[in-house]
Design a binder for this molecule. Structure first.
Ligand code: UDP
Length: 239
């Protein structure tokens, strides 16, 4: 009620698994439309939103490489998986009436625009939701690193990292009853404690450029908006 959002330009990182819903694999259309509805709500507040989506619900490079596949080839497959997820999200958002553009780090002009930084900025300024597909375009990286990189490139104020838990814990809360939740952590805490929130590459990139990350639970309806309004609904990682 008259409340102003804390952030104006935000990068939302969704894991591929988030799209799988309870089936644990592939893409659940109900999850897609729930995300689209929440995105619509924040876009209507005038928030500029960019998305990076993972691919773990379809294909993971490291997992395939551990079974003997060439790592770089496997990673390219993983990046293609993120493009599939991007198209699925785009479709759901457009059905909800949200204008979106998919920008791919790997050129495939029939399917998505190529990633051009200035074009991404222009889309955001026009209120279009930008979905960054194909990660960084390079093997040996993750979509968390892609999220950090793109967030910096577009001058996002924060990375909102959506997960299935409501923040960063001292241990896996699903396996350990004594796990405690952190309200706030420094980048160095995350790196030193070896907390599995984000890989070290992504975390250090954020550290070097002072970009805060908020880890929160996507499965609670309304959480994207709460995070954007500035409520600490999970764990915040900063300097
Ligand atoms: N990937 C890559 N380079 C990137 C981003 C992703 O090679 O810049 C590949 C990598 O194989 C990874 C897969 O894409 O396993 C899916 O991304 P990720 O595991 O980050 O997805 P998430 O865990 O968020 O679902």
């Amino acid at each position: 009620e008259g409340e102003q959002p804390k952030y104006r330009r935000v990068l939302l990182k969704l894991s591929g698994e988030a799209l799988a819903g309870n089936q644990g694999y592939g893409i659940d259309p109900e999850v897609l439309s729930a995300i689209a509805a929440e995105v619509k709500e924040v876009v209507n507040l005038g928030i500029q939103l960019a998305l990076v989506i993972g691919g773990g619900n379809i294909f993971r490079g490291v997992a395939a490489a551990s079974k003997g596949m060439d790592r770089a080839s496997a990673d390219y497959m993983g990046m293609l998986a993120t493009v599939m997820n991007s198209l699925a999200l785009q479709d759901a958002m457009e059905q909800a009436g949200v204008v979106t553009r998919v920008l791919s780090a790997i050129e495939m002009r029939e399917v998505a625009e190529p990633y051009i930084r200035r074009r991404a900025m222009r889309h955001l300024e026009k209120g279009r939701v930008v979905i960054f597909g194909a990660g960084t375009g390079n093997p040996y990286f993750t979509t968390d690193t892609a999220a950090s990189l793109r967030a910096m490139e577009i001058n996002a104020e924060i990375i909102l990292k959506a997960t299935k838990v409501d923040g960063i814990y001292s241990a896996d809360p699903a396996k350990n009853k004594d796990a405690v939740k952190f309200i706030s952590l420094t980048y160095l805490d995350v790196l030193k404690k070896g907390l599995q929130v984000m890989d070290a590459t992504a975390t250090s990139l954020c550290m070097d450029n002072d970009l805060p990350i908020m880890v929160f639970n996507l499965t609670v309806p309304g959480n994207i908006k709460r995070a954007i309004m500035g409520e600490n609904i999970g764990t915040i990682v900063k300097g």
